[in-house]
Design a protein around this ligand. Structure first.
Ligand code: PHE
Length: 339
């Protein structure tokens, strides 16, 4: 009899369940009003005296074991239901994490910087809030110069000396002031112009400007660099330079790339010509070099500048510049990339 009770103790110790009904069956089997323990206690009077002590001990042990088991499993099951009510079912798999993607402006900017870094250009950055000198005067745009009107400027407060930069040429001025030639630098950044917002233009956009200054830098160097860039960036190997005007370069030119007329879209974006304007460029005006502490008799250089949005719109066929600033995830999610 004692051995049988001991077996029951082992069995009760090993018992486990996550189910309330099974637990209740276990409870009834041992502790119920018609349960095993009741029988064992009733048996007590028939046990020979010399065994009574041991018998009492094992029956009590079985009782305690069964009671503790019921109590601990009950608590466990309750705490589970509680946490499901509080936090939802914690054992369920989690929601998948939505991995973000780089903004198309950053993607294109990084691509441009990559191309120029392979030919020795470093990256320079400067403040978005500028003074008149760095944004205009040093760039050969003195006060009352008519070309200032080309860049409708946001002034901060009423002080005409504090403004939002209208181009990242201001960074080039700062770079020339603080570094000796040879200079090869690319200045990406956000720029601001007080323009009406439409599908083609915005009052905030991004530029990448390049500057190269050394002895004997020529227009041919500029053209070759731009050709290399368009080949790497767009896979196109035909460019043309049209005479243009910028106060800070002389001579100046607009750069067109031959995009081709293979598809309907090619027709649309090149207005049927096959050619696409992508940037402005020129030889740095000697006055600008002088303003920045570089001797124009010893050094020459070239500069160029392009709008990142324009290039991103081209590459990704985006029809409206405002898409870049709306942060609509349905738009942004289309640019998953490792860059
Ligand atoms: N800074 C000019 C602009 O914002 C671009 C440019 C840069 C043109 C360098 C020529 C040389 O339009």
């Amino acid at each position: 009899m004692i051995n049988k009770i001991k077996e029951h103790i082992e069995e009760a110790k090993a018992f486990t369940t996550e189910d309330k009904t099974t637990l209740e069956e276990f409870r009834i089997k041992y502790l119920g009003s018609k349960g095993l323990l009741k029988d064992f206690f009733a048996e007590f009077k028939n046990v020979p005296n010399e065994q009574k002590k041991e018998f009492g001990q094992v029956v009590n042990e079985l009782k305690n074991t069964a009671e503790e088991k019921v109590k601990s499993i009950q608590e466990l099951l309750e705490s589970k239901t509680e946490s499901i009510n509080l936090f939802g079912d914690l054992s369920r798999p989690g929601n998948p994490i939505n991995i973000g993607s780089r903004h198309p402006i950053s993607l294109v900017k990084n691509q441009i910087l990559d191309v120029f870094s392979t030919i020795g250009f470093n990256v320079s950055e400067g403040p978005e809030i500028e003074d008149d000198w760095h944004n205009f005067t040093a760039l050969n745009l003195p006060e009352y110069h008519p070309a200032r009107d080309m860049q409708d400027t946001f002034f901060i407060q009423t002080n005409p000396d504090v403004l939002l930069r209208t181009h990242t040429s201001s960074v080039q001025v700062r770079y020339m002031e603080n570094n000796k030639p040879p200079i090869r630098t690319i200045s990406p950044g956000r720029v601001f112009r007080n323009e009406a917002i439409s599908s083609r233009s915005h009052c905030i956009f991004h530029q990448v400007e390049g500057l190269y200054i050394d002895k004997n830098v020529s227009f041919a160097d500029l053209k070759q660099t731009l050709l290399y860039f368009t080949k790497e960036m767009f896979g196109k190997s035909k460019i043309r330079l049209r005479p243009s005007y910028f106060p800070f370069t002389e001579p100046s030119a607009e750069v067109d790339i031959y995009w081709g007329l293979k598809t309907e879209t090619d027709y649309r974006i090149t207005k049927g010509t096959g050619w696409l304007e992508i940037m402005g460029c020129g030889m740095v005006d000697p006055n600008v070099l002088k303003n920045c502490g570089i001797d124009p008799n010893e050094y020459t250089g070239y500069a160029f500048g392009m709008g990142i949005e324009r290039i991103a719109m081209l590459l990704y066929q985006i029809g409206d510049i405002r898409m870049f600033y709306e942060n609509d995830v349905r738009f942004l999610e289309q640019f998953k990339s490792s860059l």
